[in-house]
Design a binder for this molecule. Structure first.
Ligand code: ZN
Length: 346
């Protein structure tokens, strides 16, 4: 019988690659700003390809690309009629990608996220959020997902609504907050309290995703780990956010003076990028802290995922092509390499 997420986490770390939205924007398949995953309908083969690259890099989870494919986002681009086909197609693409790797023990997850309509002072928004979460969770359940991630949510009250929608369908729930500057949820809870509240309400895994780079995520993960008894998740963005600028939403690139508006987010973050080794260090830290749901959010590329998977002791398919600089014409040590190319100082 197939092991469920919690059994897998009890046995050791799992890797979850995310970041489809940014990856598709960079490749030219959706627009920064509205950030709606229309690519799921217009170019499903591109989404499928990225799933496969992440799987080859060692992701144990194929996350259906439903992030920001929700009712509010489709309304803003005037395409609400595409909601159901988009959601269902994203789930099918993920399932198909999983099925093309029969030898691997992959899990498929559904995804619900910040609705951008939640307003603590507007009780109607609670109902609208609930409806949005319920319809998405229902479609994910119909598609047979292994679990659902509720993520990038900054309000405890909004997370509660998402969690209830998932648990009402009897599914395993991973609840990941995105924490803004100020180190509290938007409704003023400490990160630890926000996680404890949601664990007590039945979340199976609690943690953080998005907004923050590895260091600014890890500083909270350690406290979460000490204060909850369920599994903990950490999925930072691969950008070097700092104590001064803890999130990537408002961060400058001081070495560049031609970024329109002077904010590196979201399309000029390149110079703040973490390399694969930095992401591998984050993954190793997670294992040491007993944080077993390890991943990466906006900005992720397969090379990050591969190094993270290797760092936690996995042997991903694409590690077949891990670097081997012994064969490099200038840096290499292979005896057949020409001395004339090794002597020159570049
Ligand atoms: Zn993200």
């Amino acid at each position: 019988m197939k092991k469920d997420l919690l059994t897998r986490l009890n046995e050791g770390p799992i890797i979850c690659a995310e970041g489809y939205l940014f990856a598709m924007e960079r490749r030219g398949y959706l627009s920064a700003g509205a950030f709606v995953p229309e690519v799921v309908l217009e170019h499903p083969e591109v989404v499928s390809q990225l799933h496969k690259e992440f799987i080859r890099a060692g992701s144990d989870v194929v996350q259906a690309f439903t992030y920001y494919g929700h009712r509010e986002k489709l309304r803003i681009i005037g395409k609400e009629d595409l909601l159901e086909p988009l959601q269902k197609n994203a789930l099918k693409i993920a399932n198909d990608a999983k099925d093309s790797f029969k030898d691997l023990d992959l899990m498929v997850c559904g995804d619900v996220a910040n609705t951008n309509i939640f307003d603590p002072n507007d009780k109607n928004s609670f109902i609208e959020c609930q409806n949005m979460y319920e319809e998405q969770v229902k479609w994910a359940k119909e598609a047979g997902v292994d679990f659902i991630v509720a993520e990038t949510i900054s309000w405890v009250e909004e997370m509660k609504i998402a969690l209830k929608a998932i648990k009402d369908e009897g599914l395993i729930a991973v609840a990941n907050y995105a924490i803004p500057r100020g180190e509290k949820t938007r409704d003023g809870y400490s990160v630890v309290d926000a996680c404890k509240i949601i664990e007590d309400l039945g979340a199976d895994v609690v943690g953080l995703n998005c907004y923050r780079g590895p260091d600014m995520t890890m500083k909270h993960l350690k406290d979460i780990r000490k204060n909850v008894s369920c599994h903990v998740a950490g999925l930072p963005v691969p950008y070097r956010t700092t104590e001064k600028d803890p999130t990537f939403l408002n961060i400058k690139d001081n070495q560049c003076d031609c970024i329109p508006g002077d904010n590196a987010f979201p399309i000029a973050l390149d110079n703040l990028y973490c390399n694969r080794f930095e992401m591998a260090e984050f993954a190793k830290d997670c294992v040491q802290q007993n944080i077993n749901f390890i991943g990466i959010c906006c900005g992720a590329e397969p090379h990050h995922v591969r190094e993270m998977a290797l760092a936690v002791g996995k042997k991903p398919i694409s590690s077949k092509y891990s670097p081997d600089m012994t064969k490099h014409f200038h840096h290499g040590t292979d005896k057949s390499l020409k001395k004339v190319n090794k002597e020159i100082k570049y």
